[in-house]
Design a protein. Structure first.
Length: 537
């Protein structure tokens, strides 16, 4: 039987609902239960795929090709369970479905309303595509009190009633601020937020209080009294030094035990915290560090490259070294500054990206990495830029470019329909931007004895994609003659997936996003190898 745990947030956003949900998932799994995590987002975009990373941080891509909220990345990293398309829903998607049904006449002449039609769809989603999980943890985006999240809160209220309150648990995460001037911890915002939640029919069973400092018992008692929650279920979460300490901290606070007690379930196994302790220790105690430059357009917003940051950290854990990430804004990077900016850098990473802005700085930095033999990893757009750099400077194809940002040049990178003769594989119509890219997991065959094959230690890999443009395979032989190997191809040999340089210690470009599959407990081999090469540089 499946039990449902709903996680709402109060007072302010960004206080770690995603991390709390992910940590709880780990603890429950460790106790011997099967867990699934889902995210309900209250915005009107059908999915976050069309949103700028500046707006909402990274777009996380699942194996089955969904463009989802970055919290799904946390879920995967902590629980180890690959998320699916059906694990993230937005208000936009729900309304889209309901309105399409209305147009198809499926409501048989009824007045279509938020309650019950929108709420019914939300409830269907919560149960959809399940596979006998013991727990489904659903995080509700935004905070209580937002107009936008109302239909979701109403839906979970009804849901608990439908499945029976003993099978549904409400966790509310709030901020308990500390006021420096009066040296006081304040519980009032939590009280107000819970009041707001109760006014729409939801009484939290557990309150997680995010705080800068430990919350004294008397304050916990106050929260328990005013918010009508058992004192044992007032759980504090004090700022952790690294996110990977979160499962340890929630374990100490007995969050998992309180959840199991609520459902009257036994603890089947004891929790294994060893891996998290080891990771935390490595991250916090490592004195040695390696300078890695991340050259991209969205470096100012930390969340824009969330999975990438994490994957690099995982590579650092594997190599016992701390990553000193130097974020360089590609739009502001002047060609004349490249030498001085990259002087003390041991590894250069160019991440995925879109559009023309910032390309010159990226291409010049790649040239610098190639000539000076600095370890280089190009991801998606980063690989496309490496191809352009090589074509211009080594193949002497000065007009080499991508049709993404130059319609006139020589299209070494282009839409498939721009250069396939049979015209069969058309993608990227450019009219409808949502969900029209090559998305999700695809196979790639690795060339024997290539660096990439040595790294992956296999001949066939599966990695997640999110791009519209492809490298034109017709140029393969020209590149290979000059020392750039196409060391990974799609199984039919038509799409270049990986490139590497022969006369370079470590220069790899990948058309996919390996960062989405890296996990702290199993770091991705590509990042481990990149960090190892950078460490030895
Ligand atoms: N803009 C490029 C494309 O669509 C690369 C996308 C990416 O880096 N994710 O092909």
């Amino acid at each position: 039987m499946t039990r449902y745990i709903f996680v709402t947030g109060g007072v302010v956003s960004s206080i770690g609902k995603g991390l709390s949900s992910a940590s709880l998932a780990y603890l429950l799994q460790s106790r011997g239960y099967k867990v699934r995590l889902r995210k309900l987002d209250p915005y009107l975009n059908v999915d976050p795929g069309t949103m700028s990373p500046f707006q909402h941080g990274e777009v996380f891509v699942t194996d089955d090709g969904a463009e989802t909220d970055l919290d799904l990345g946390h879920y995967e990293r902590f629980s180890g369970v690959s998320a699916k398309k059906s694990d993230n829903i937005t208000t936009g998607k729900i309304y889209n479905d309901v309105l399409n049904r209305e147009r198809e006449g499926k409501y048989l002449g009824k007045t279509v309303q938020v309650i019950p039609h929108i709420t019914d769809r939300i409830k269907e989603f919560i149960k959809k595509d399940s596979s006998k999980e013991d727990f489904v943890i659903c995080e509700i985006g935004g905070i209580v009190g937002d107009i936008e999240s109302l239909p979701f809160i109403e839906a979970i209220r009804q849901f608990a009633n439908d499945v029976g309150k003993k099978n549904a648990l409400f966790i509310h995460l709030t901020l308990v601020p500390y006021l420096k001037s009066s040296d006081e911890i304040k519980t009032k915002p939590t009280q107000h937020s819970v009041k707001e939640l109760r006014s729409i029919g939801v009484q939290p069973d557990i309150i997680i209080c995010r705080s800068e400092r430990p919350i004294p018992l008397e304050h916990r008692k106050k929260i328990s009294l005013f918010c009508n929650v058992n004192i044992k279920n007032v759980i504090e979460t004090v700022d952790v030094r690294t996110i990977y300490e979160a499962p340890i901290s929630f374990y100490k606070e007995k969050l998992d035990i309180q959840v199991l007690n609520y459902f009257k379930l036994k603890t089947k196994k004891s929790v294994d915290l060893k891996p998290w302790k080891k990771i935390t220790k490595t991250i916090l105690q490592n004195k040695k560090q390696v300078n890695i430059a991340l050259i991209g357009k969205y470096v100012e917003l930390k969340d824009a490259y969330k999975s990438l940051d994490e994957a690099l950290t995982h590579g650092g854990i594997e190599n016992n070294i701390k990553i000193n990430l130097i974020r360089i804004d590609s739009e502001k990077l002047k060609i004349s500054e490249i030498k001085s900016k990259l002087k003390n850098i041991s590894g250069i990473l160019i991440p995925g990206g879109f559009g023309k802005r910032g390309t010159d700085g990226k291409i010049e930095s790649i040239k610098y990495a190639r000539i000076n033999k600095i370890p280089f990893l190009g991801i998606c757009y980063g690989m496309q830029m490496a191809i352009i750099e090589f074509a211009r400077n080594k193949l002497n194809l000065k007009k080499a470019t991508s049709s993404e940002f130059d319609k006139k040049g020589l299209h070494i990178i282009g839409l498939l329909n721009e250069w396939t003769k049979d015209g069969k594989k058309i993608q990227g119509t450019e009219k409808n931007l949502g969900g029209t890219m090559r998305l999700g997991s695809y196979d790639a065959k690795l060339k024997k004895n290539s660096l990439i094959q040595k790294i992956y230690k296999t001949n066939l890999i599966k990695e997640r994609h999110r791009h519209r443009y492809e490298v034109n395979i017709a140029f393969k032989d020209k590149f290979e003659k000059k020392g750039m190997l196409f060391s990974g191809l799609s199984p039919d040999g038509s799409l270049p997936e990986i490139i590497e340089l022969k006369n370079h210690p470590w220069f790899i470009g990948v058309q996919f996003h390996p960062e989405f599959k890296s996990r702290p407990l199993s770091p991705h081999p590509l990042f481990s190898s990149f960090i190892k090469a950078s460490k030895n540089h």
